[in-house]
Ligand binder design. Sequence first.
Ligand code: ZN
Length: 185
Amino acid sequence: MSLVEITPQHYDVQIDLKYATSDNFTGKRVYRKDARCFLHKEAAAALERAIVLAKTQGYRLCIYDAFRPSEAQWKLWEHTPDPGFLADPRRGSPHSRGVAVDLGLCRWDFTPLPMGTGFDEFHPRSHHGRLDIDAQSQRNRLLLMGIMTSAGWDFYRNEWWHYQLFNSRSYALYSDKAAGTGMMD
Ligand SMILES: [Zn+2]
């Protein structure tokens, strides 16, 4: 198994899995309430590099989603089949390969920095390079992008919070069962 668990103790990040709560665009809990956070070991190594870079600037990272079992991708897709914001589960999301992470930049006390829109706000204002969000939020997005891309991640132009490894399709898709992550009810 190539997935490793990401814990606040070992990675010095905040884990706030939105799909383990009803605070997400579906309005319903998708994962188990006590779902844990996992990434492919190569993604975990890239996350560690990003954490170090953020730290040198006095910031920390807050993770909203990471490994997303394929069962969960189907649930999201059935709710909102919008290929601009979600990967069709038949093709497979990089999240279901353990090589994508959704995250925000936080102050040292884990207060989230303003990013112009909320996480998973399916609106053009969530795209990179928008001029219709305030300058401070633009700066925060650029800082997060600089940290993540310097750490080896690829960005996604439609979502400021989403980063994934290059060549993501070369990694295997996992269901919760196959991965043994115990994230689904
Ligand atoms: Zn994502």
